[in-house]
Design a protein around this ligand. Structure first.
Ligand SMILES: C[S@@+](CC[C@H](N)C(=O)[O-])C[C@H]1O[C@@H](n2cnc3c(N)ncnc32)[C@H](O)[C@@H]1O
Length: 209
């Protein structure tokens, strides 16, 4: 194949080793809402009918630590079935669990023991970073929207609690003041080994006719 036919892409291969982000930019505050691939999400009523899932190992191997500033906050969404796993993922990403916020829902959901009407937002700290607002309650009733759609009120809460720059991982829509990454959004960053459709490709040259 001649050089003229070669398409150069900056998208990292699936098996690229986790390493530094392709962007030199780091973020002081990160929100993440992973597509947890636990067994409960693979059934008839699971998230799998709404979006792709990722294995826990693959989520844990993401180089989120490299996207974070030396002193940073991580807000990680989870639900009861992955509550403990989420803390382990947080540690694998270089953050230590410090606290949690509960989103209370007005409708009863599914559950084998309790019928769940809440989701949990874990707060992790990398290095040392105090919150910028010390009056935030750890619980709020907030409206439900579409499946997995997290309340926009939480973005505003996070901006009050933690300094920017801000990044949302596994985002599905933009939010003012946040850079975003995910496979259903026009992503602002690339993550080695975790390609998404909007990753930049740089054709070196248009092939000759
Ligand atoms: C729990 S949802 C996020 C919901 C979002 N926080 C909201 O409020 O709408 C998880 C997202 O991760 C995306 N996702 C699944 N596999 C992915 C992958 N390999 N890379 C990037 N994003 C992925 C899903 O398509 C989905 O948009």
């Amino acid at each position: 194949m001649s050089e003229n036919n070669i398409i150069v892409t900056t998208t990292p291969p699936e098996d690229a080793p986790p390493g530094a982000s392709t962007t030199a930019e780091t973020f002081v505050t990160i929100i993440a809402d992973p597509p947890w691939g636990n067994s409960g999400q693979k059934g008839k009523y699971g998230a799998i009918s709404h979006y792709d899932l990722m294995s826990i190992d693959r989520i844990a191997a993401m180089p989120v630590c490299d996207l974070a500033a030396d002193n940073a906050h991580l807000y990680l969404w989870c639900y009861p079935a992955v509550r403990r796993i989420a803390e382990e993922v947080m540690e694998a990403w270089g953050f230590r669990f410090v606290d949690e916020f509960i989103w209370g829902k007005d409708q009863m959901g599914l559950g084998q023991y309790f019928r769940h009407a809440h989701e949990t937002l874990l707060l992790g700290v990398k290095g040392s970073l105090p919150v910028t607002f010390r009056g935030q309650r750890s619980f709020a009733m907030l409206p439900r929207q579409a499946h997995s759609h997290k309340p926009e009120e939480v973005h505003v809460m996070v901006q009050r609690m933690s300094p920017g720059p801000y990044l949302e991982l596994f985002a599905r829509r933009p939010f003012p003041g946040f850079k975003v990454w995910g496979n259903e959004v026009d992503s602002d960053v690339s993550i080695p080994g975790y390609p998404v459709p909007s990753d930049p490709t740089t054709p070196s040259e248009v092939p000759h006719a």
